[in-house]
Ligand binder design. Structure first.
Ligand code: SF4
Length: 406
C-alpha cells in the first residue's frame, strides 16, 4: 500500500515539497488519499476498470517483486571496469559495479545503470494545485500526485524525510505504471499529474514516461522539484512538464552546503534554463529563522530573480515549521515573512506570496497595475478566480502571466 504517516496527531500525508511546512491534512483529504491508494494498487474497484494495466498489489517492502521497478537509467555514461558516471544530477556520482549512487535509487549492475523506482510509488494523493504551490496554473483544480522513495539532497528541515531519505526497499510501495497513473488522474478529474513529495529528479525516467502517458490521455504534468539536475536531463525530463515549481532553498552557497547538502549555482542555472525553455515556473523560498532570513539575502534573491527571470515569476515566501533535524528552530514569525515580501515587492517583483499562513491576504493574487483582487484563496483553495479567459485583469485589462483556464 502507499505509505501513510501516523503520529499522535493523526494521519500525516506527505507535503508537496521538502520545503513546504504543512503536512497535516483534514480527514476528508486523507480519505481521498486512501481511496486513491486503494484504487491505484488495490484489488479492483473503479480504478481497476479504468486502467489499461492489470491490477497488481503488494503490501510492503518485504517480498516485493522488485524486477518490475528496474529500468535502465537514461542519463549516465559507461566507464572502464564496469563503473558508470551518472549524468542526472550535479553530484555526478561515479558508481562501481553492485553499488548505488548517493540518492540510493540507482544501481550499477555489471556496468549498466538502472533506476530501481520506475512505477514504484510510495505515496499518492489528490491535492489542490495550490498546495504544490502553483498559484498561476489552473487555479482551483486538483493534481493527482505521486512520489517514489529517494532524494539527491538531504535537507535538515525535510518534512518528508521518511520517504525522501529512504532506500526503495525500506518503505512500502506499489506498482503504478504510467498508464495507470494517467487513468487515475482522469478518474479523479485531475487535469494534472504532479511529481512531488520526495525529489522527482531521482525518478526522472518514471516522470518522463508518465508525462507521455498523461499527455496521450489529455492530462498535463507538473513537477515540484529542488531543481538540482544537470542541464541535459533537465531539458529532456522537465521538457515534458507543463509547469514547474522550484524550491530555491536559500540564496547562499553556505546554506546549500550546510543545510541542504547541495549547491546553489546549479539550481540558479536550472531556473534560467527553464526560463529559456518557456516553462511556466514558480519559486518557493522556505524561510528558516536565523538561517536564511536576513534582509540582504531577501534583497539579493529578489534582485537576481528580476534580472534573470523577470518580474512576473511568482515567488512564495513560506513559513517553516520545526521538523526532522531542525526541531530546535521556532516557526517562522509572520512579520519575518511580511518583511521578505515587502523587500521583494520593493525590488519590483509583481507576484510575491506568503505561504503556509492560512488567511493571510498575501495568499491572494492582485493586479500589479490596478491592484484589484483577482484570485482569492483560503488555505489551499482558490475561492474566486476573476481573471478573464484571455488571461487579462477584468478591470484594467492588464495581462496576468500564468495558465488560468484549461
Ligand atoms: S541522481 Fe543519484 S546517482 Fe545520479 S548523480 Fe544524482 S545522486 Fe548521484
Amino acid at each position: 500500500m502507499f505509505r501513510e504517516f501516523v503520529t499522535n496527531e493523526g494521519v500525516k500525508i506527505p507535503t508537496d515539497s521538502v520545503s513546504e511546512s504543512r503536512g497535516w491534512l483534514d480527514r476528508r483529504s486523507f480519505l481521498m488519499c486512501a481511496l486513491a491508494s486503494g484504487a491505484a494498487i488495490g484489488a479492483g474497484g473503479a480504478a481497476a476498470a479504468a486502467s489499461a494495466e492489470p491490477v497488481s498489489s503488494s503490501s510492503g517492502a518485504q517480498g516485493q517483486d522488485d524486477s518490475r521497478f528496474v529500468v535502465e537509467a537514461k542519463f549516465y555514461e559507461k566507464l572502464a571496469n564496469r563503473k558508470i558516471k551518472c549524468k542526472l544530477c550535479p553530484r555526478a556520482c561515479t558508481v562501481g559495479d553492485k553499488e548505488r549512487g548517493y540518492c540510493g535509487v540507482r544501481e550499477n549492475r555489471g556496468g549498466t545503470y538502472y533506476t530501481l523506482v520506475h512505477s514504484r510509488v510510495c505515496a499518492a494523493h489528490v491535492d489542490p494545485v495550490e498546495k504544490k504551490p502553483l498559484f498561476h496554473y489552473l487555479p482551483g483544480t486538483n493534481a493527482f500526485s505521486v512520489a517514489t522513495a529517494g532524494c539527491n539532497v538531504n535537507c535538515k528541515f525535510c518534512q518528508n524525510w521518511e520517504i525522501s531519505q529512504s532506500r526503495p526497499e525500506q518503505i512500502p510501495a506499489d506498482y503504478a505504471p504510467p498508464q495507470r497513473v494517467a487513468a487515475l488522474a482522469k478518474q479523479y478529474k485531475c487535469p494534472t499529474i504532479a511529481y512531488t513529495y520526495s525529489e522527482p529528479v531521482i525518478f526522472s525516467e518514471y516522470l518522463m514516461d508518465t508525462a507521455d502517458a498523461g499527455h496521450k490521455a489529455g492530462i498535463r504534468s507538473i513537477v515540484v522539484s529542488n531543481g538540482y539536475i544537470q542541464e541535459n536531463a533537465l531539458k529532456q525530463a522537465y521538457g515534458k512538464m507543463d509547469a514547474v515549481k522550484i524550491d530555491l532553498k536559500a540564496f547562499t552557497e553556505k546554506y546549500y552546503r550546510d543545510v541542504v547538502t547541495g549547491q546553489l549555482k546549479p539550481v540558479l542555472e536550472t531556473l534560467v534554463t527553464l526560463r529559456k525553455m518557456g516553462k511556466w515556473t514558480e519559486i518557493v523560498y522556505l524561510v528558516l529563522p536565523t538561517l536564511n532570513d536576513n534582509d540582504a539575502e531577501f534583497r539579493g534573491l529578489a534582485k537576481w530573480i528580476k534580472a534573470n527571470l523577470g518580474p512576473d515569476v511568482p515567488l512564495h515566501f513560506t513559513q517553516f515549521h520545526p521538523e526532522y533535524l531542525l526541531k530546535n528552530l521556532p516557526i517562522t514569525p509572520v512579520p519575518t515573512l511580511e518583511r521578505a515580501k515587502a523587500i521583494a515587492d520593493a525590488e519590483g517583483l509583481h507576484y510575491v506570496y506568503i505561504g503556509n499562513v492560512p488567511g493571510h491576504p498575501a495568499q491572494n493574487t492582485y493586479c500589479p497595475q490596478c491592484h484589484k483582487l483577482l484570485v482569492e484563496r483560503a488555505g489551499f483553495t482558490a475561492n474566486r478566480v476573476l481573471i478573464r479567459k484571455d488571461g487579462n485583469c477584468p478591470y484594467c485589462k492588464h495581462p496576468i502571466p500564468g495558465i488560468w483556464h484549461a
